[in-house]
Design a protein around this ligand. Structure first.
Ligand SMILES: Cc1cc2nc3c(=O)[nH]c(=O)nc-3n(C[C@H](O)[C@H](O)[C@H](O)COP(=O)(O)O)c2cc1C
Length: 222
C-alpha cells in the first residue's frame, strides 16, 4: 500500500497535527511493505496542488485541526478545489484525522458527517475519521500522562491500519472517547474555571496587551 498523507494545519512551524501523524506513521511503518508520502498544505498554492496530488493517489489520509467546529479555511479551499474530480474517484480510499482542544468527540461529529458526504460526492470509498480531542498541549509536552496516551493510541491505529488497510470503527470510537463529558460538580467547575481564567487567560491577555475592561464592554447593551 502507498499512502498519501495530507497535513492541513495552517501553522507554519511545529503543529499538533504533525506530532500525531509522526506517531501514526511509526505504527504504519512497523511492517515494511508500505510506503507513504506526506504533503503539507498551508498556502494558496499548496491547497490547489494538494487537490491534484489527491486525485492521483489510491489511499489518502487527510489530517487537520478542528477550527470553530469545522475546518481551517485552507482545508475548505482544498475541498473546493476537488470539484473537477466529482464522481471521478472510484477505487480511491480516503480517511481523515481531526484533532483539537476540547476533550469530547461530539465536537467533531457534524464535521465527520460532512467529510463522509464529500467522499460520497467524489464517489470514493470513505474509510472513516480518526477523532481526538484534548490535543492542545501536544506541542508543549509529549511525555505527560494524557499526551502519552493520545500518542500511543494513534500509534496503534497506524499500526493496525498498516496491517489491514482499513480503520476499525470500534478502535476509533474507543480512541475518541469520551463522546460527552460527565457532568462536573458545579462547585468544582466554578473553582476550576476561576483558576483557568486567573492563571492562564489573564496571563495570556496581559502578555498580549489586552485591555480586560474593554473586553467585557457591551456597546449594544447600553
Ligand atoms: C482559529 C482556531 C479555531 C479553533 N477552534 C477550535 C474548536 O472549535 N474546538 C476545539 O476544540 N479547538 C479549537 N481550536 C484549537 C485547535 O484545534 C487545536 O489547538 C489544535 O490542536 C491545533 O492543531 P495544529 O497545531 O496542528 O494546528 C481552534 C484553534 C484556532 C487557532
Amino acid at each position: 500500500m502507498k499512502l498519501l498523507i495530507i497535513n492541513g494545519s495552517p501553522k507554519l512551524g511545529k503543529n499538533n497535527t504533525s506530532i500525531l501523524l509522526d506517531k501514526f506513521i511509526s505504527g504504519f511503518n512497523e511492517k515494511s511493505d508500505k510506503t507513504f508520502q506526506i504533503y503539507r498544505m498551508n498556502t494558496n498554492e499548496t491547497y490547489q496542488n494538494a487537490a491534484k496530488i489527491f486525485f492521483e493517489a489510491d489511499n489518502v489520509l487527510i489530517a487537520f485541526p478542528l477550527y470553530s467546529y469545522s475546518m481551517p479555511a485552507g482545508v475548505k479551499l482544498f475541498i473546493e478545489a476537488l470539484e473537477p474530480y466529482i464522481k471521478k474517484c472510484h477505487g480511491k480510499k480516503v480517511g481523515f484525522l481531526i484533532q483539537y482542544g476540547f476533550e469530547e468527540a461530539t465536537h467533531a461529529r457534524p464535521l465527520e458527517k460532512y467529510l463522509a458526504s464529500i467522499c460520497k460526492i467524489l464517489e470514493c470509498e470513505y474509510m472513516g475519521t480518526i477523532i481526538r480531542g484534548g490535543c492542545d498541549g501536544l506541542c508543549r509536552g509529549q511525555q505527560i500522562g494524557r499526551a502519552r496516551k493520545i500518542l500511543q493510541g494513534i500509534y496503534e491505529i497506524g499500526r493496525d491500519f498498516g496491517t489491514s488497510g482499513k480503520f476499525d470503527q470500534d478502535q476509533l470510537d474507543h480512541y475518541s472517547a469520551p463522546e460527552i463529558q460527565k457532568k462536573m460538580n458545579p462547585l468544582l467547575a466554578k473553582i476550576i474555571f476561576w483558576a483557568i481564567n486567573k492563571f492562564y487567560w489573564e496571563r495570556a491577555f496581559k502578555k498580549n496587551g489586552v485591555n480586560l475592561k474593554e473586553s467585557f464592554a457591551k456597546p449594544y447593551g447600553q
